[in-house]
Design a protein around this ligand. Structure first.
Ligand SMILES: [Zn+2]
Length: 214
């Protein structure tokens, strides 16, 4: 909302391209690669705005059973709508923005889609469309996954070991992660709270309980 129409087209298409390869954007997380030079965030859109903004989606889903996110942009200081000092004129350009009105709800699933492996090849107990975590380096630059973590809460993380920054974190479908690198399938029985590391793509996984600090 509220920027040059061509720029907004470019932004939404960039977001769409990433959604197509299985990346999921989260409310409240910051993303450095949507608008050049600025971090953007996503805000949950309240259902009361659905009729006004999401006619096509309502037709498609035959009702209001979907979640909508608004991409919000900062001022020159990096403040966002909802921050105490954010200028009101910039806030008004970004109607509806509902950042502070509802706690963000993180879905543990991505929308399901087809993968290039058969049901028999699927090694995990989790569903193929389970949301998992990886890094931009793995998805965009083909860095090998060298650290796999199966968190106490059940989340899977497939990390390259070169970055720990939250801006490099991406949500991908577990099925897509397996499609990209079948060797993570060997870790399907990794217990909760355990990690597996390897020094390179060709070396075997070494398993150990996650260090207490992580
Ligand atoms: Zn997938």
């Amino acid at each position: 909302m509220g920027l040059d129409i061509h720029l907004m087209h470019q932004m939404i298409n960039g977001i769409g391209d990433r959604v197509k390869i299985g990346i999921r954007f989260l409310a409240e997380a910051r993303y450095a690669d949507i608008l050049e030079g600025y971090d953007c965030k996503f805000a949950d859109v309240l259902e009361k705005y659905f009729e006004e903004y999401f006619g096509q989606a309502i037709n498609y889903y035959k009702g209001h059973h979907f979640q909508a996110l608004q991409c919000v942009w900062p001022d020159k200081r990096g403040l966002f709508p909802g921050d105490p000092d954010f200028p009101e004129n910039l806030r008004n350009k970004q109607t509806p923005v509902t950042t502070s009105e509802r706690a963000s709800k993180i879905s543990r699933e991505v929308s399901s889609h087809a993968h290039k492996f058969s049901k028999e090849e699927w090694p995990f107990r989790d569903a193929e469309n389970t949301a998992s975590f990886t890094t931009t380096c793995v998805v965009r630059e083909n860095f090998p996954v060298l650290l796999v973590s199966h968190d106490e809460e059940g989340d899977w993380q497939f990390l390259c070991g070169t970055t720990n920054s939250s801006k490099d974190c991406l949500i991908v479908c577990l099925g897509c992660a397996f499609e990209r690198d079948r060797s993570i399938g060997e870790l399907a029985d990794l217990p909760l709270g355990w990690q597996a590391r390897r020094k390179s793509k060709d070396l075997p996984w070494e398993r150990a309980p996650a260090p207490a600090s992580e």
